[in-house]
Design a protein around this ligand. Structure first.
Ligand code: MN
Length: 727
């Protein structure tokens, strides 16, 4: 049996690194704990007091302050003895009592975890972190768990398995998150040996054999590393370690490899005085042994998220034996083993403020601990996940959200339907606007109404991808619906006109080719594009025409009704129905091409029209056309951007009048001191249009002029300020 720990040894250990420690506090804590636990025994028959003493010793190994060590001595009192909160507070004050209470609370949370699924592990870990106000609670908890794991074999198998499982799922990852590599490794190996005793034993034997086989090489490499340091007068030390059991097992399993293929099975650690020396040693090591490509890792310039810093490189040693070298400074090494504790630990004569300065989040985590915990989850100052907030439903379920999240994000996190119908929110019982930013610990109650629908304005403040995409999807669907119906109608009408002879509209039509040609996945999207006017119905149906070719004869082209045609000649024949293609709006003066449509005459395109290129899949329909001498007037759309100042519209219409043109319609919109107007003017041809545009361009305040209507400032499409000027 191990020798029982003695309080005086622990006190001595603490005094060695903290000569000014409050000896009286520690002694009182010890005596109080000893009295309270009197008569209790642990599963192995030892006096219960051994446990708090061992926990205190582990905390002293971490070099924690006297408060943490006192809490270690007292940590089981509220849970396992008749000591009350009041008497504890009377003896040791608010702070220590608060910390012991927090530890007791964790135990009760564990009970709830035991009843849950393993899939809950991550939320449970986060919950634990979010619940703790003082990092020392977690450090004492880890020390407590470590000692329990060290003595786990005395418990009955079922209980043993459960605790080992919980350690693997909750506490080892927490130790890792806090950067406490040493404790994490020990917790994992202990849990592993209890959960998978045979595998653990087999692997450990295999490793021992391997290590023995490589013993000579290990000694040689170690000696050479030391010699390298000496040769270049770099002060430092060389250590050897074997990767810990569980991490090897996990790696072998995850990658399906054998021990031989593991580059970091054998690792040497070179601890030097400065960062410059770290990189110098890396260079020397690479000169001496062949590095394995792709295995050099610089965690000094890019530390791991838990603060770990080191250089890693894998090398090929004698007889192709792979090994890893880790190079770091003393400070980095301390952080690597002790993590958060390395920053918290007491160092004589060192300004703790300056020390903490390195990790801003850590400071925020140790501040504000003097506040007495109200409902435990209330005033959470500790934030190990600064990018996240944790809120609760009124029933106490945890909802994890990114920083900046609002009640709408919360509602969508619960259920899409709750998001769609949310009308209001109570946070901690108070009614708040939906755009309120939530804080960790907020209890959020969402109010819904069946009449509510998602608002576009919500997109301005939601931060979760889920809320954003659900709102977008809803709005898109709602806004697209009328366009979709219109597009469908237009297509049906066009199909009838083109003689598809459909009985039930489009349903009998194979639209696949049209979908593929225009890059749509679903028919609804195609309909919507037609409805929005992005695609002409005949353009869509052209694809289907190809499937069922029909002779295209000039006889199909009907003579045009008088007065409705363009002044163009088609192959010398002036009596054909012609119309200006809407896509490019050709004007007399433009080089043009005709395209024979089905039953609607000849569409006149500009030669440069991009649509024409698409239509050239049926070249036999193209015809030579040219402008005849007959004069006429043609509507031409264009748009003007301008600075929003008084008299702009008057100045623009004056410029149009000066060019001898007439305004047919005019739709105006302004936004953020910019204006845009969609205009339709009558011109006799290209020449006059150019004149109109050039005069408009010269109006002071006009910033841009372009062909066609623009959809900028969407309202322009739905004219609110319609003015017909000059007609
Ligand atoms: Mn305990």
């Amino acid at each position: 049996m191990e020798t029982l720990p003695r309080f005086d040894d622990i006190l001595e250990q603490v005094q060695a690194y903290m000569p000014s420690c409050d000896e009286d506090l520690l002694r009182r804590a010890y005596i109080f704990s000893a009295m309270a636990h009197q008569g209790q025994v642990r599963a192995n028959g030892e006096p219960y007091l051994v446990h708090p003493l061992e926990v205190a010793r582990i905390l002293a190994d971490m070099r924690l302050d006297e408060v943490a060590i006192a809490v270690g001595l007292l940590h089981d009192l509220l849970e396992d003895t008749y000591v009350t909160e009041e008497s504890l507070a009377e003896q040791f004050g608010e702070q220590i009592t608060g910390l012991v209470k927090a530890l007791t609370k964790i135990s009760s949370l564990e009970q709830s975890y035991a009843a849950r699924q393993a899939a809950q592990a991550e939320s449970f870990r986060r919950m634990l972190l979010a619940s703790i106000e003082d990092i020392r609670v977690l450090l004492v908890k880890l020390a407590d768990r470590l000692h329990n794991m060290r003595t786990l074999h005395f418990l009955e198998p079922n209980k043993r398995r459960r605790i080992a499982q919980e350690t693997l799922e909750i506490y080892a990852p927490l130790a890792h998150r806090l950067g406490m590599g040493k404790i994490k490794a020990e917790l994992e190996d202990l849990a592993f040996s209890h959960l998978y005793p045979e595998e653990a034993q087999k692997l450990s034997q295999e490793m021992a054999a391997r290590r023995e086989k490589a013993a000579a090489a290990i000694d040689a490499i170690r000696a050479e590393l030391a010699a390298l340091l000496a040769e270049y007068s770099i002060e430092g030390e060389v250590r050897f370690r074997i990767k810990h059991l569980y991490s090897i097992w996990r790696k072998l399993n995850a990658q399906g490899i054998s021990l031989d293929q593991l580059f970091d099975f054998l690792a040497f650690r070179v601890i030097v005085g400065s960062v410059a020396h770290c990189y110098a040693v890396l260079g020397l090591v690479h000169q001496r042994w062949r590095p394995v490509p792709g295995r050099i890792k610089d965690y000094i310039s890019v530390p791991k998220s838990n603060g770990y810093q080191s250089l890693h490189t894998s090398l090929l040693g004698p007889e192709g034996l792979p090994f890893e070298v880790q190079i770091r400074t003393r400070d980095m090494d301390e952080v690597a083993e002790k993590g958060v504790a390395a920053h918290w630990l007491y160092k004589e004569g060192r300004d703790p403020g300056a020390d903490h300065h390195r990790l801003a989040w850590l400071r925020s985590l140790v501040e504000g601990q003097q506040e007495s915990p109200r409902e435990f989850l209330d005033s959470l100052k500790l934030n190990l996940y600064p990018e996240e907030v944790y809120c609760f439903t009124p029933r106490g379920e945890l909802v994890r959200l990114p920083r900046g999240a609002t009640p709408v994000d919360f509602a969508y996190a619960i259920h899409t339907e709750v998001g769609h119908t949310c009308v209001g929110a109570r946070v901690n019982g108070r009614l708040v606007p939906l755009r309120t930013v939530l804080k960790t610990g907020d209890i959020v109650e969402i109010q819904t109404s069946p009449n509510q629908v998602p608002r576009r304005g919500w997109l301005d403040f939601v931060v979760t991808a889920r809320a954003r995409s659900k709102i977008r999807a809803f709005l898109n669907k709602a806004e697209k619906e009328p366009a979709r119906q219109l597009g469908r109608k237009l297509l049906e009408r066009e199909a009838r006109r083109m003689g598809f002879g459909l009985k039930q509209g489009l349903d009998g039509l194979n639209l696949k080719e049209a979908l593929a040609q225009h890059g749509f996945a679903r028919e609804e999207d195609l309909f919507a594009a037609v409805g929005f006017g992005k695609l002409a119905p005949r353009e869509v149906l052209a694809a289907l025409v190809r499937e069922r070719p029909e002779p295209i004869l000039p006889s199909k082209v009907r003579p045009l009704p008088a007065g409705d045609s363009l002044a163009v000649e088609v192959r010398g024949d002036r009596d054909l129905l012609t119309f200006r293609a809407r896509c490019c709006q050709p004007l007399p003066g433009d080089p043009i091409v005709g395209y024979i449509t089905r039953g609607r005459g000849v569409a006149i395109h500009r030669r440069t029209c991009p649509n024409l290129r698409r239509l050239s899949l049926t070249p036999e329909r193209k015809v030579e056309v040219h402008w005849s001498l007959t004069a006429g007037s043609y509507p031409m759309p264009f748009h003007v951007f301008f600075e929003d100042r008084p008299g702009m519209l008057a100045a623009i219409s004056q410029a149009i009048t000066n060019a001898g043109s007439n305004i047919r319609s005019c739709h105006l919109a302004t936004e953020d001191r910019c204006g845009v107007v969609n205009l339709e003017v009558d011109v006799s041809g290209r020449e006059q249009l150019d004149q109109v545009l050039s005069l408009v361009r010269r109006v002071p305040g006009v910033t841009r002029v372009g062909y066609g209507f623009t959809q900028a400032f969407r309202q322009v499409l739905r004219p609110r300020t319609t003015q017909a000027a000059g007609s």
